[in-house]
Design a binder for this molecule. Structure first.
Ligand SMILES: Cc1cc2nc3c(=O)[nH]c(=O)nc-3n(C[C@H](O)[C@H](O)[C@H](O)COP(=O)(O)OP(=O)(O)OC[C@H]3O[C@@H](n4cnc5c(N)ncnc54)[C@H](O)[C@@H]3O)c2cc1C
Length: 498
């Protein structure tokens, strides 16, 4: 790494890291190291690739995972899918989804959460896609030489001269920016917070464990019989949510392409059972201990088909390798960056999936961060911290709002009194209030400032996007300055010969 300026020569910034004697003043764009090839990390990788920013992405798992249920992709994501050239593939592999039907155990519909209006407001149809399918679409677009796996990051050091990371297999890597996109149990976050804790600069709330009050069993079936699950024949997704009458469970399933259904069972924990589950906390989404929970819930009734279906029909149609059981933590951290390290996705905000916004936040984080990295003026820490601050300024309010939305939506399915009240409000919400909420949701349609702008037919105007507006102007100004310099060079009189 070429470095030219001694750190001692200035005192305007704090120096960190093992070798703090030199600044990294090497020319060219900053080299970005992304830890975690999940939805957020892969999206950032694709964007940096389009922007021509050098990067490497590291994933601890050797194989593409098949676990997880489905993700809702709202209209707010389709502009960026078009910019990335993956919209058609996503549409082909997903089903339009415009409502959630909430049922009781008697298989009678209690009410409908209808978000059909989003279609006109946002200019695109919201769609439901198995998590594995979108994961594989993103993965297939990353240049293979930039994806390193299995590579589990263990530790890091960072300073004025760069960032240095070490992996479980003994290898190490250097770069200019480290992005922690490594999910809820982020090793990057843990390393960073450890250091800040030693320096006594970590906020007390960030030092606490991720709290949780819910366990989720998730599955992604193999092809099911459309004569039995008749809704599979419908080109629209059917999203059925059932609330247990006298049990602390709710369960949902969604029909997707290729006769596949994805499903979730949520178990809401009281204080005592939270303690028990905490002893067996699963450290990641993975093929967890699904067996006993499957046995507990098999006989739960589900709507659809001929009216006699139960969860057993879904469980038996789902290979064991496509089921997982996880704790659902909920927390928005306060510390999003420091020095050369920045966090995105679940690494910095973990929210309840009932709100359907976990993946969406990861996508949106990646867009905002890519916009800023693309215009980074130098590799110095004062500049990395500047763009990280701007990134957090844009994204933090959305993470907080999504956290609250996830809480409210999970209340719709819980059993406590608060949940009964939330359900009452959901059922009886005035139409104008619901429309207001949908308008606000559909207005968030972020785009990358370094790719051609995508027009849409949304009737609600796209909201102000801080990173887009600021960085698009910087790109324009830089281009104008380059043109002016070139013009001046062309006009300069030839140097007199000796
Ligand atoms: C396998 C899986 C299944 C999921 N299923 C669902 C679901 O059904 N419904 C739902 O709402 N949400 C699900 N989620 C969560 C949802 O995808 C995320 O909320 C959202 O997409 C945010 O993604 P992320 O990229 O921030 O984190 P994640 O999707 O969690 O990705 C983080 C990635 O980092 C990798 N990683 C972790 N630690 C390290 C390390 N030390 N070194 C290198 N790599 C590391 C992980 O293996 C993972 O690939 C699932 C996540 C995973 C990983």
């Amino acid at each position: 790494m070429a470095s030219t300026t001694t750190a001692e020569s200035t005192n305007d910034i704090v120096i960190y890291g093992p070798d703090c004697t030199v600044y990294n003043d090497s020319p060219g764009k900053a080299h970005v190291l992304i830890i975690g090839a999940g939805i957020a990390g892969l999206t950032l990788a694709l964007l940096l690739d389009k922007a021509g920013v050098p990067f490497d992405i590291f994933e601890k798992s050797a194989d593409s995972r098949t676990v997880g249920s489905a993700l809702y992709l709202g209209p707010d994501l389709f502009s960026i899918f078009h910019q990335l050239g993956i919209a058609d593939e996503i549409i082909e592999q997903s089903k339009p989804c415009h409502s959630i039907d909430v049922y009781g155990e008697d298989r009678e519909r209690q009410f409908k959460i209808d978000f059909n209006l989003l279609r006109e407001m946002g200019g695109y149809e919201g769609r439901l896609i198995p998590r594995t399918v979108i994961y594989n679409i993103l993965l297939s677009k990353v240049p293979p030489e930039k994806l390193h796996k299995p590579m589990r990051m263990l530790s890091m050091t960072q300073g004025e001269n760069g960032v240095h990371i070490r992996f479980a297999n003994g290898s190490d890597f250097e770069g200019d920016i480290l992005v922690g996109a490594d999910g809820a149990y982020s090793a990057v976050r843990q390393n960073l917070y450890e250091k800040l804790k030693k320096d006594k600069t970590l906020p007390a709330l960030d030092a606490k464990d991720l709290p949780f009050s819910c366990v989720c069993l998730a599955g992604h079936s193999g092809p099911l019989d459309p004569e039995k699950f008749t809704e599979l024949k419908d080109p629209q997704c059917h999203f059925y949510n059932t609330i247990g009458t006298d049990k602390p469970y709710s369960w949902a399933y969604f029909t997707t392409q290729n006769n596949v259904a994805c499903w979730n069972v949520f178990l809401y924990l009281d204080k005592e059972s939270t303690k028990v589950h905490n002893n067996f906390r699963t450290t990641d989404w993975g093929e967890g201990a699904v067996g006993s929970m499957c046995d507990e819930v098999r006989e739960f009734p589900i709507p659809g088909g001929d009216g006699t279906l139960t969860l057993a029909d879904l469980i038996d149609g789902t290979p064991k390798t496509q089921m997982t059981k996880v704790m659902l933590e909920e927390k928005v951290f306060d510390t999003w960056y420091h020095c050369r390290t920045v966090l995105i996705g679940d690494a910095v905000h973990k929210i309840h999936p009932a709100g359907g916004q976990g993946a969406l936040l990861g996508f949106h984080d990646a867009i905002a961060l890519a916009n800023w990295i693309n215009v980074l003026p130098s590799k110095r820490v004062k500049h990395t911290e500047y763009i990280f601050k701007e990134y957090k300024k844009e994204r933090y309010p959305f993470a907080k709002a999504a956290y609250n939305h996830g809480r409210n939506m999970s209340n719709v399915s819980e059993k406590a009194l608060k949940a009964t009240i939330t359900r009452y409000i959901s059922k009886n919400m005035p139409h104008w209030l619901w429309v207001l909420f949908l308008k606000k949701t559909s207005a968030q349609r972020p785009q990358a400032s370094f790719l051609p702008y995508v027009e849409d037919s949304g009737t609600v105007k796209a909201a102000y996007q801080h990173s887009y507006v600021k960085t698009a102007k910087m790109i324009k100004d830089q281009a104008a300055a380059r043109e002016a310099a070139e013009a001046a060079a062309n006009e300069a009189p030839p140097a007199a010969s000796a």
